[in-house]
Design a protein around this ligand. Structure first.
Ligand SMILES: *Cc1c(COP(=O)(O)O)cnc(C)c1O
Length: 404
C-alpha cells in the first residue's frame, strides 16, 4: 500500500484567498445589486507594455520559421537574458554578479518554494511575521517546521520574527539561531522595507552565525527612497550568505506570462559544497527552461523603450498607493507601507480583528481587502489594501471608506 507525504496533512486547511473568494461570492449572491471594488489580491491589472508585446510577436514569428525556431532553452536561461539581468540589475548598481550566477525560471513563487530542497531538513528556518505564505508552507511540505498549533497559528520549529508597528516593521535578530532566514523586501504584505544599513546588519548577522538568507526582491521596482537597497548584493559580504529571488510579475506585469530568476553566487558555500552547483544540478534535473518567447519579452524589460514604459506602469500603481495612504490617513486610519511597495498596511480601527474588519469593509463599503492575520499571527489587527487596481476604482473605494 502506498503512503503519502504526511507533511501535507499538517498544512492548515482553507487557504487565505479561497476563504476571501468564498465570502465575496456569498456576499455578492445575497446582494446582487451591489458593485464590489477589489483591492485584495496582489495581481496587476495594467496590460503588457507595447515594447513587450512587440518582442513577443517577433519571437512568435521566429518560432514559426525553421531557420529561427528554438526548442529546449538552455537550463539556466538564454545568454541574452542573463546578460541583460547581470548588466542592468547588478553591474549598473555596482554589484559584481555575473551572468553565470543567474538562473532564469518561470517565476519567484516556484523558486521561493523550491529553493529549500537543497538544504537539510534539520535546518531551522526564520521568517518575518507576517509574511508571504509560500516560505512557511513549502517548508511544511518538506517536514522542516514541526507541529502546528491551531490556536496560536504557530509552527513549533519555525522561528518567527514579528514585524509590527512597535518595531517599525524591522525584524529583530531572533533569540534562537536560525540556519535559513527568509527576507522579503520591500515586504508583502506590510509594504514596508528596511534601509540599506539595516539590511547590512542582517547580512553581517548571517555571515556571523553561518545562516543563509533567502532574499525575495519581487517588489524592487517600487522602491522610491534613496537609502533602500535594490538588491541584497549592495550589502558587503552578501555573496557569501545570500540567495536572491526576483520576479518579472510586479515590475512588468508578467503574472500571467511567467518569468523570474534566482541568483546563487559562486562564493556561497557550505564547507566545500557550492550551492551554485547544487542549484544548477537541481535546475538541470527538474526544470526545462522558461519559454523562448517569454525570455525575449524579459530581455525587452531592460531595453530603453521597455524601461520607460514600465516606469510609467509602476508610477501608475504608486499613484494609487499614495492616494490610498493619504486618503486613509485623513480619515483617521493608521497606515504603513505604500512608499516603496504597492501595498498599504493599515491598523484595523476599534480593536477589530482582521477578519471582523474584512466583513465590515465588505458589508458596509463593498470594498474587498485582505485580512492581515492571513499572513501570520502578528498580522492580526492589520489589513492589506493593494495599489494594483485602476485609479478610478481606487478613488471610488476611498470615497466609500471615508463614509464609513
Ligand atoms: C508576487 C510575489 C512573487 C512573485 O511570484 P511570481 O511567481 O514570480 O509571479 C514573489 N514573492 C512575493 C513576496 C510576491 O508577492
Amino acid at each position: 500500500m502506498f503512503k503519502v507525504n504526511d507533511n501535507y496533512q499538517k498544512l492548515p486547511g482553507s487557504y487565505l484567498f479561497s476563504t476571501i473568494a468564498r465570502k465575496v461570492s456569498e456576499y455578492q449572491a445575497a446582494h446582487p445589486d451591489k458593485t464590489l471594488i477589489r483591492l485584495g489580491i496582489g495581481d496587476v491589472t495594467q496590460p503588457l507594455a507595447p515594447a513587450i508585446i512587440d518582442a513577443m510577436h517577433s519571437a512568435v514569428d521566429e518560432m514559426g520559421d525553421a531557420a529561427t525556431f528554438r526548442g529546449y532553452a538552455p537550463d539556466l536561461g538564454y545568454e541574452f537574458l542573463r546578460n541583460a539581468i547581470a548588466e542592468n540589475d547588478y553591474r549598473a548598481r555596482g554589484c559584481d554578479i555575473r551572468a553565470d550566477e543567474i538562473f532564469v525560471s518561470d517565476g519567484a513563487k516556484s523558486d521561493s518554494g523550491n529553493i529549500q530542497e537543497i538544504f537539510s531538513v534539520d535546518n531551522r528556518i526564520a521568517v518575518c511575521d507576517p509574511v508571504y505564505p509560500v516560505y512557511v508552507d513549502s517548508n511544511v511540505m518538506a517536514g522542516r517546521t514541526g507541529t502546528y498549533d491551531p490556536t496560536t497559528e504557530v509552527w513549533s520549529d519555525v522561528i518567527y520574527m514579528p514585524c509590527t508597528k512597535e518595531n517599525n516593521f524591522v525584524p529583530e535578530f531572533p533569540k534562537e539561531t536560525p540556519d535559513m532566514i527568509y527576507l522579503c523586501l520591500p515586504n508583502n504584505p506590510t509594504g514596508t522595507t528596511l534601509k540599506k544599513s539595516q539590511l547590512q546588519e542582517w547580512v553581517d548577522y548571517a555571515n556571523r552565525v553561518g545562516a543563509v538568507i533567502i532574499y525575495d526582491g519581487a517588489y524592487e521596482a517600487y522602491i522610491s527612497e534613496d537609502d533602500v537597497a535594490h538588491t541584497i548584493y549592495e550589502c558587503e559580504g552578501a555573496k557569501t550568505c545570500a540567495i536572491e529571488l526576483k520576479s518579472f510579475s510586479k515590475n512588468a506585469g508578467f503574472t500571467g506570462v511567467r518569468l523570474g530568476y534566482t541568483v546563487v553566487p559562486k562564493e556561497l558555500k557550505c564547507g566545500d559544497v557550492s550551492l551554485h552547483a547544487m542549484w544548477a544540478r537541481r535546475h538541470g534535473t527538474k526544470f526545462n527552461g522558461a519559454p523562448y518567447i517569454v525570455q525575449r519579452a524579459g530581455e525587452t524589460v531592460y531595453s530603453e523603450a521597455g524601461k520607460a514604459q514600465l516606469a510609467e506602469q509602476v508610477a501608475y500603481y504608486m499613484k494609487n498607493a499614495a492616494a490610498i495612504r493619504s486618503g486613509l490617513a485623513e480619515t483617521g486610519f493608521e497606515v504603513f507601507g505604500g512608499v516603496n511597495a504597492p501595498y498599504i498596511w493599515l491598523k484595523t480601527p476599534d480593536q477589530m480583528t482582521s477578519w471582523e474588519f474584512f466583513d465590515y469593509l465588505l458589508g458596509t463599503a463593498n470594498v474587498v481587502g485582505t485580512p492581515g492575520s492571513g499572513f501570520g499571527p502578528s498580522g492580526e489587527g492589520y489589513f492589506r489594501l493593494t495599489a494594483f487596481g485602476t485609479y478610478e476604482n481606487t478613488l471610488a473605494a476611498l470615497e466609500r471608506i471615508k463614509k464609513l
